[in-house]
Every structure is written in C-alpha cells, then in structure tokens.
Design a protein around this ligand. Structure first.
Ligand SMILES: [Zn+2]
Length: 55
C-alpha cells in the first residue's frame, strides 16, 4: 500500500497515512491527527526522483 504524506496548513505538522489507493480516491479530505484541522495538503514524496535516473 502506498504511503501518503501530508502537511497540515494550521499546525504545520507533517504526517503520513498508509492508504489503499481506492481509499484515498474516495476520501479526498483528511484530518490532521494533531489539531484535527482539515486544511491538510498532500506532500509530494521524492520517490519518483529516486527511481528515475538521468544519466
Ligand atoms: Zn494540524
């Protein structure tokens, strides 16, 4: 299952959730675990930068 990383716009804390992709597609809105704000933004993980090689 992919790990989604989020950052909260209110408390600036980042957190990650392990979700099935269909679960993520269904939910769309997520709550911050620290302040319960819904102003969370998805963080882009550097995963693809690691796997794609530029030589
Ligand atoms: Zn928060």
């Amino acid at each position: 299952m992919p790990i989604y990383e989020f950052v909260c716009a209110d408390c600036k804390k980042s957190f990650s959730l392990t979700l099935h992709i269909s679960e993520y597609e269904k939910k769309k809105s997520f709550k911050c675990p620290s302040c319960e704000s819904r102003h969370v933004r998805r963080k882009v993980t550097p995963f693809f930068a690691v796997t794609s090689k530029k030589s």
